[in-house]
Design a protein. Structure first.
Length: 427
């Protein structure tokens, strides 16, 4: 078995309920892969760890260790495969949050690929070996080559390119920074380019959007036990004003509901302010740090000159060198900040929270966006800023002022945080 060769196959694991003391895994392979797997498995077989039955293109093995000695996490195969010197590339299924059914049995777990003799991380980084192209002053990869590297399916029609895989559907539009990633609008750093039928995606967007959203980002190890909720504005700073309505009042009310929802889910949740007092936005990350929070979630409501603008946005820190999505000009330089060390977690958290809000509230999805807001760029932990609706839009404002809607929004944000927690804490 060549340690450096790449073998792709689909792995389907299913729990054998008839023999509950054993875990059975069916590995559907091609002949070539099957041969390599067999050699690898034999090592473990020699140690008495596994026994197996092999057929020509179908291989079944049994973990001899009684199933009850494995907890659910280890059942995901890491223990078994690690002992075989196999690494798994995990294309992570979407967890839609607290209300989603738990992946309670192995039968519902699938692995996209088995990658022999190399580390999981190295495989997830396969895109780094793809050729780069310079277009319009930005560096791009061919979307077709990126899709091929991960065995994703690519279809193009006119100015639209759709990439599909077992867990994901990605929609790109030529000359647009707006993509749809697993059902959520995500703003890219550079527009998707097209030449004839060939689509190109910015290298920066592959690194800072696609990889963290499609593959596991549980390294370096980050856990989620405590969340600092930051109600925007306060005291002398009312935030957006719409008639008698002040943003600072509604961000605090939403924060208090979110705190209840997170506590009910067993997490620690603190507030950066619990009364109508002023903190400089740049000081809020240090409040979160003093509270020993693992995440910082800042809550705001939007306003626009055009009163028809409505819907929900979630911001996370702009990657180094990229330009932001926000139109207000704060932090428009393209430098790097310490907060950029959390880039993969920032976007994953933003995606999960935006996804939960859009799914559960049915409001327009204005997307995951990028900004170097002070509360984000000085953060010493993964951080997002939620814009929960437009005070300048009468229908949005009515919802913002409505206690029942506020409770639902708080629960949706909490569900998003829980889905993120589950995603990063999965093995
Ligand atoms: Zn605000």
């Amino acid at each position: 078995m060549s340690g450096q060769s790449l073998f792709m196959c689909n792995v389907h694991a299913s729990q054998n309920t008839a023999a509950s003391h054993y875990q059975r895994m069916h590995i559907i392979t091609n002949t070539h892969t099957h041969h390599a797997l067999t050699i690898g498995l034999n090592r473990a077989l020699n140690q008495g760890f596994l026994r197996h039955e092999a057929a020509k293109s179908r291989l079944t093995f049994f973990a001899v260790t009684p199933a009850r000695e494995f907890n659910q996490r280890s059942l995901s195969g890491r223990i078994i495969f690690a002992s075989l010197n196999f690494s798994l590339l995990l294309e992570i299924p979407v967890h839609s949050g607290q209300s989603a059914p738990m992946q309670g049995c192995l039968g519902r777990v699938s692995w996209l690929a088995v990658f022999l003799g190399m580390a999981t991380a190295a495989f997830a980084q396969a895109w780094t070996r793809l050729p780069r192209t310079e277009l319009y002053g930005n560096e791009y990869l061919r979307l077709s080559q990126w899709a091929e590297a991960y065995k994703f399916d690519l279809r193009t029609q006119g100015d639209t390119a759709i990439v599909t895989s077992r867990w994901s559907r990605l929609v790109f539009k030529a000359d647009s920074r707006q993509a749809e990633i697993r059902g959520v609008v995500v703003h890219l750093s550079v527009p998707v380019a097209r030449q004839g039928n060939e689509f190109f995606i910015g290298t920066m967007d592959v690194a800072t959007v696609l990889q963290p959203l499609l593959f596991n980002v549980n390294s370096p190890k980050v856990t989620v036990r405590s969340i600092c909720i930051d109600p925007g504005h306060g005291g002398k700073d009312p935030g957006n004003l719409e008639g008698k309505f002040q943003e600072k009042r509604y961000t605090l009310l939403l924060a208090q509901e979110l705190q209840k929802a997170l506590k009910a889910a067993g997490l620690k949740a603190t507030l950066s302010r619990s009364t109508d007092i002023y903190h400089d936005p740049a000081d809020r990350p240090s409040i979160a740090r003093r509270q020993k929070a693992d995440l910082l979630v800042s809550l705001h409501y939007n306003s626009a000159a055009d009163s028809s603008a409505r819907g929900i946005e979630t911001y996370c820190m702009t990657p180094a060198k990229a330009s932001s999505t926000n139109a207000r000009g704060e932090g428009t330089n393209t430098g790097a900040y310490p907060a950029n060390s959390f880039d993969p977690h920032n976007i994953l958290l933003a995606w999960h929270v935006q996804n939960a809000m859009v799914q559960k509230l049915g409001l327009p999805d204005r997307g995951v966006r990028r900004a170097r807001f002070a509360v984000l760029r000085f953060s010493a932990m993964p951080a997002i800023l939620v814009e929960g609706g437009f005070m300048s839009n009468p229908a949005d404002m009515a919802r913002i002022a409505d206690a029942t809607h506020r409770k639902k929004m708080a629960q949706a944000i909490a569900d998003g945080i829980l889905a993120y927690k589950k995603a990063i804490e999965s093995p």
